[in-house]
Design a protein around this ligand. Structure first.
Ligand code: G6P
Ligand code: ZN
Length: 583
């Protein structure tokens, strides 16, 4: 057995190692600076109590982006030196973010061991490669992201770190081969287990969904399907689940080979970046000669986000979670006993609120960031939740889950079509959504993103919008001077959240302008970028009249968009005459 020594290495702090909404994300070049990753990892170990780390099992894996393999070896060596007992690594370092959450919660290792934490190596939907982004975040024993109390501590530690400890002479572990490698250090045994990335996750999905009924749908010649992993880690699960378990054609899978640079693309499943899928589904400027599939979906780099499409039809994430919640009890066995409650992030449209009211469910509006849902779920208050940012999930884990969302939609389609697979015409995605609007009303919704804006200018714009809130007459004057057909603002504030479980308060979670007719404008700075600032403008309008729920959404929202840009002086502050991305 290989013996290793522990070395103490002197280091000094780096600026800016403050974890954002989902961990620390920076350019690879920043992460490659000597000791940069080491400082963050040691600061994390130091933020957790010593007795938690000693003897623990730690999961280390991610979306496989460039620099992951080097990072995994460094973390293994540091874990060994810090007294961790076992490190679990998905084969080739691949585990989707939801799979990590599931592994921490469910996987049982040899001698009945369970993991109690994880380093997830991903920058989610940000591009990868030598000149792009890398990221790291820590998840706790419940499988969810570390709470703010811990991430604040990590950040404090990064500002004063003087040394880290590492087993420098520990040989690199071959993470391409499944198996266990044993080592001995000053404090006893240490081992690294490399395991199949998909098995535990597949087992979990099978315990939630009725695979047989989905298989019937997928094998029906009338149903066509397309899934795009955007070369992210979703590809490591897609073939196993959709093809091997559910019988989809292999040709249904697009970009399902995980790549370190995501094939040069931007692995974010939205209408702008998932170009190939969007064209294949007959949306946008499509020159597709073939009839588009009935159902299409994509996931991001680490496979926690999802986009759901029907034939020539886009399902907004806000509608998606509302529709899943409305159908879950009937279509998904995991929920057959009823929902404990539902939740959405503040900028997400109120489509879910209407369903919650209708079904008499507990409902929560939380700040952006999945960790807020985790608290509700741990307390048994929430079963299904979602965000406008293409995140949907449930209390089966403590992360959002891209493939779960696809399986949820396939379950709904299978349920609605269980009588139709033989002869009758299939109920389509579009029909399901339109019927939902007719029942619950429609929340027209769009988001404008201004990416990589000068950080100072973005701050000024936000400060200006907060100041403007103190005078509603002034706000309404600007509105009427811009569009007389837009209603007045009745209330404006900055969203603040008091966690009903732990009582913690999160302030400054987005600037809201709420209109008399129920429309809403929200302005927020992104917490996930790695360079400059990204301003997000969320625009929403409720239409209850079922004869008016079928309009084109950009057209319906045109007047409100105009008002949003005028109110915020977008062009004046940022110099931008158009957003980078519209979703
Ligand atoms: C990550 C989090 C989500 C959150 C999103 C917001 O994906 O996991 O919970 O909604 O970031 O990103 P933003 O860039 O808007 O801060
Ligand atoms: Zn992601």
């Amino acid at each position: 057995m290989v013996m290793f020594k522990v070395s103490r290495v002197t280091t000094s702090p780096f600026d800016g190692q403050k974890p954002g909404t989902s961990g620390l994300r920076k350019k690879v070049k920043v992460f490659k600076q000597q000791n940069y990753l080491h400082n963050f990892v040691q600061s994390t170990f130091n933020a957790l109590s010593q007795d938690k780390i000693r003897g623990m099992t730690l999961v280390v894996s991610g979306d496989g982006r460039y620099f992951s393999k080097d990072a995994i070896q460094i973390i293994i060596k540091m874990a060994a030196a810090n007294g961790v007992r076992s490190v679990w690594v998905g084969q080739n370092g691949l585990l989707s973010t939801p799979a990590v959450s599931g592994v921490v919660r469910e996987r049982v290792g040899k001698d009945g061991t369970k993991a109690s934490g994880a380093f997830i190596l991903t920058a989610s939907h940000n591009p990868g490669g030598p000149n792009e982004d890398f990221g790291i975040k820590y998840n706790m024993e419940n499988g969810g992201p570390a709470p703010e109390a811990i991430t604040d501590k990590i950040y404090e530690n990064t500002k004063s770190i003087k040394e880290y400890i590492i087993a420098e002479d520990l040989p690199d572990v071959d993470i391409s081969a499944i198996g266990i490698t044993n080592f001995t250090g000053p404090e006893g045994q240490f081992d690294v287990e490399v395991f199949d990335s998909a098995s535990d996750y597949v087992k979990l999905m099978k315990s939630i969904f009725d695979f047989q009924s989905i298989q019937k749908l997928l094998s029906s010649p009338k149903f066509t399907f397309c899934y795009d992993a955007l070369h992210g880690v979703g590809g490591a699960y897609a073939k196993r689940i959709f093809v091997e378990e559910l019988g989809a054609q292999e040709s249904s899978l697009l970009n399902c080979v995980p790549k370190e640079d995501f094939g040069g693309g931007h692995p974010d499943p939205n209408l702008t970046y998932a170009k190939e899928l969007v064209a294949c589904m007959g949306l946008g400027k499509s020159d597709a000669k073939n009839e588009p599939p009935e159902f299409g979906a994509a996931s991001d780099g680490d496979a926690d986000r999802n986009m759901i499409l029907g034939k020539r039809f886009f399902v907004t994430p806000s509608d998606s979670v509302a529709i899943i919640a409305a159908n879950a009890v009937d279509a998904i066995p995991y929920f057959s006993a009823g929902l404990k409650g539902v939740a959405r992030s503040m900028p997400t449209s109120a489509a879910l609120d209407v369903v919650a009211k209708h079904l008499n469910l507990k409902f929560f509006e939380v700040p952006t960031g999945w960790k807020f849902f985790g608290n509700l779920m741990d307390a048994g208050l929430c079963s299904i939740c979602g965000e406008e940012s293409f995140g949907t999930g449930s209390d089966h884990i403590r992360e959002k889950d891209g493939i779960w969302a696809v399986l949820a939609w396939l379950s709904i389609l299978a349920y609605k079509n269980k009588e139709n697979l033989g002869g009758a015409k299939l109920v389509t995605v579009e029909e399901i959504v339109r019927k939902h609007w007719a029942t619950y009303g429609r929340h027209y919704y769009t988001r404008y993103d201004y990416e990589n804006v000068d950080a100072g200018a973005a701050k000024e714009l936000m400060a200006y919008l907060v100041k403007l809130q103190s005078s509603l007459p002034e706000v309404n004057k600007i509105i009427k001077g811009t569009r007389s057909d837009v209603s007045n603002v009745a209330k404006a504030d900055e969203f603040e959240y008091k966690d009903p479980v732990d009582g913690s308060i999160s302030k400054h979670q987005g600037i809201r302008y709420m209109f008399e007719d129920g429309s809403r404008l929200v302005f927020r700075l992104s917490g996930t970028g790695s360079e400059g600032a990204t301003i997000r403008v969320y625009i929403e309008q409720y239409e209850k009249d079922s004869s008016k729920t079928g309009r084109d959404s950009q057209e319906a929202l045109g007047p409100l968009v105009e008002v949003a840009l005028k109110l915020s002086k977008m062009q004046e502050f940022t110099g931008r005459s158009a957003p980078t991305v519209i979703t």
